[in-house]
Design a protein around this ligand. Sequence first.
Ligand SMILES: NC(=O)c1ccc[n+]([C@@H]2O[C@H](COP(=O)([O-])OP(=O)(O)OC[C@H]3O[C@@H](n4cnc5c(N)ncnc54)[C@H](OP(=O)(O)O)[C@@H]3O)[C@@H](O)[C@H]2O)c1
Length: 307
Amino acid sequence: MPKAVRYDGFGGVDVLRVDEVERPAPGSGQVLVRVKAAGINPGEALIRTGALAEMFPSTFPSGQGSDLAGVVEEVGPGVAGHAPGDEVIGFSNNRASHAELVLVEADDLTHKPAEVPWEVAGGLYVVGVTAWGAVHSVHPGEGETVVVSGAAGGVGSLAVQLARRTGATVIGLAGEGNHAWLRSHGVIPVAYGDGVADRIRAAAPDGVDAFVDTHGDGYVELALALGVPVERIDTIADYAAAAKYGVRTDGGTAAGPGAEVLAELARLIAAGQLELPVANVYPLSEVRAAYTELERRHTRGKIVLRP
Ligand SMILES: NC(=O)c1ccc[n+]([C@@H]2O[C@H](COP(=O)([O-])OP(=O)(O)OC[C@H]3O[C@@H](n4cnc5c(N)ncnc54)[C@H](OP(=O)(O)O)[C@@H]3O)[C@@H](O)[C@H]2O)c1
């Protein structure tokens, strides 16, 4: 029987376990995918603790995971364009991808270019569409300066590169250990912490035009203090500040159809024009260790499970 991550109630990483489950059967329009890699995300950890129970209710036993890449195992009735053996990238909206086999709606899959490694493909969905949506939301352009907080995290590492592709000057807020990586992608690194506003002003003498906050915890206020207009501030992590000040909260869903954005991001990665760093890879059986590392919140890029 195939294995899948399950948990029976809200809690810390210790509620997570790997169970043997029934083999899923694809219904109409569905594809059964043998998962090769599946990214993990902070939102899943929040859902597991119960912190988001009102916004995203849970039923138990719960599965987990949106991101996935793998090989088509079986297709259901009415599926065109996917066949057994195809290598695909996609997502599940049913908290189900941390598993050996997952059912996916055919429209939520795209072809995996051979040049994109499994770990990168499997970690691409949530951070990719979110970075895409956030950058489009504040639409930086040539001659402008945009600041990205959490610049080396899963979303941030892609957001800084997508922002650079617009021709804008990009300032990335990150710990010292990530500054060389940011520089190598044409991003001006600035250390966060005390004095960050002055360091940004020094790095952007003509001012800051747009701000993408992927961390929360005061960066919306910082953006406002820097004089960025509310309509050009996007936070994906601080909904209280967004409600208070009226800044944007565009992320994954603002990007349009997920599979189309995934296809475009995968094309850029295959062409060597975009990098999604993979910080660590864990076997499915070590899902607790994977989330323990994620919850330290100093990941560069993605942590990925390999079933
Ligand atoms: N709304 C949506 O659609 C959506 C989608 C995806 C994610 N999110 C949310 O967005 C946030 C980021 O997700 P993620 O996957 O990118 O997380 P992540 O990969 O875990 O982020 C880790 C990064 O956070 C940085 N960081 C830690 N403390 C910081 C600080 N005080 N200031 C600036 N950066 C700091 C770390 O940088 P250093 O290592 O350099 O310290 C590290 O690179 C999470 O809250 C997540 O829930 C929302």
